[in-house]
Design a protein around this ligand. Structure first.
Ligand SMILES: [Cu+2]
Length: 408
């Protein structure tokens, strides 16, 4: 018996059970521990995104854990859930996996978009455009994410009549995301934009995610997907969506909250060079993958030169490999910047970016229990360039004098 795979399945089930507890923690914290005055419609959007992600995860992870346990039972105690000789269905595994797998994409994506939504208004000095529309779009996208999973299975041998409904729901799900992207662009529109390192990474997220979203529309439509399935076009697509959400947005968040977390500023110049190299080499790796994918380059083959029809694109494959190594090497700039700034960066004040949200009202780094006293919230988190404030920002916890407050 191959115990490696059994242990992997057990680890999978346990790992996702622990992620589930993490999600429950986020939910209960946001529901029970909000500051006085922090109504749900005054929450920063990153919290909304995190909450939606936690709910999506809670509702989708069950089938995956069940699938892992069923597969383990097939292997250890002799059940035949997935074995045709005992009346089982191999395809059932794919359904259980992708019923979780597609919502899981949004569990990764939404918090990343949330980080970007926090950063864009700060460096545009403008309120977020369409705060409530973004929240509703996120919830709609979350609900739709449960009825698109079979777009990963158009060639799996499932009933081909299912292709049409799953194509339609998949194309529908691009609508709420298009709305969120539109709100991001409208937030930037005529703002006074400063291109700091966090802002560059946030803008990079937006640019890269838009391209990933566009190819998603092609992939979601069954007739096109039958041609593209399991090619590098798909690899390109999911890196444009998830590399943007995890790496570009993740770096944006790290550059943005580093001063709050560690009490020191990161080096801006190094950060900008890091962004530039990451953006160039990311596109050098993944943009050509659309081309090699359309030329028929399959996933998971060890040596494309063994296939005559793939030989003409071999130089492009080599180019991709070199660019991927350079992409990795550029990340050392971040590692150097991180540790150098940790030890010798300029001391950060409470609110170096002149931001409105509550974390910037406390010390950098925050003391135990985070706040010196519990803050009281008076308004939404995105009141930039508000006429009520002499500065171009208006923190959530600032109480205006009764005279000005009466006008608001
Ligand atoms: Cu999917």
């Amino acid at each position: 018996m191959n115990w490696g795979l059994n242990l992997w399945l057990l680890a999978l089930a346990l790992e996702f059970a622990s992620f589930l507890m993490g999600g429950v923690n986020f939910l209960t914290t946001a529901i029970n521990l909000r500051a006085p005055g922090m109504t749900f419609f005054r929450l920063p959007l990153v919290v909304w995104m995190q909450l939606t992600a936690a709910v999506i995860f809670m509702l989708s992870v069950g089938p995956l854990i069940a699938g892992a346990v069923m597969l383990l039972m097939d292997r250890v105690v002799g059940t035949t859930f997935f074995l045709p000789e005992g009346g089982g269905q191999p395809l059932l595994w794919q359904h259980l996996f992708w019923f979780f797998g597609h919502p899981e994409v949004y569990v990764i994506l939404l918090p990343g978009l949330g980080l970007v939504l926090e950063i864009l208004p700060v460096f545009s000095r403008k309120p977020i455009f369409g705060y409530r529309a973004i929240i509703y779009s996120t919830i709609v996208a979350g609900m739709l994410s449960f009825v698109v999973w079979a777009h990963h299975q158009f060639l799996s041998g499932m009933d081909p009549r299912l292709a049409m409904p799953f194509s339609i729901t998949t194309i529908l799900i691009s609508v709420p995301f298009a709305l969120i992207v539109f709100a991001m662009i409208a937030t930037l529109w005529r703002g006074s934009i400063s291109f700091s390192a966090p802002m560059l990474f946030a803008l990079g997220t937006l640019a890269v995610f838009i391209l990933g979203g566009l190819t998603g529309i092609f992939n979601g439509s069954a007739p096109v997907d039958i041609y593209l399935h399991d090619t590098y076009f798909i690899v390109a697509h999911f890196h444009y969506t998830l590399f943007s959400a995890v790496f570009f947005a993740g770096f944006a968040g790290l550059y943005f909250w580093f001063p709050k977390m560690f009490g020191r500023m990161m080096n801006e110049t190094l950060g900008k060079i890091h962004f530039l190299l990451t953006f160039i080499f990311f596109n050098a790796v993944f943009l050509p993958m659309h081309v090699v994918g359309l030329r028929g380059m399959m996933r998971r083959i060890a040596d494309p030169t063994q296939y005559a029809f793939l030989q003409p694109i071999q130089p492009l494959n080599v180019f991709i490999t070199v660019a991927a190594i350079l992409l990795l090497l550029s990340q050392f700039l971040f590692v150097i910047n991180f540790f150098w700034s940790l030890l010798a960066g300029k001391r950060a004040e409470r609110n170096p970016w002149q931001s409105n949200t509550l974390e910037w009202t406390t010390l950098s780094p925050p003391p135990h229990d985070n706040f010196e006293r519990v803050p009281v919230v008076y308004r939404s988190p995105y009141e930039y360039s508000s006429p009520e404030s002499p500065e171009d920002w208006l923190p959530q916890d600032r109480q205006l004098s009764p005279h000005t407050a009466a006008r608001s």
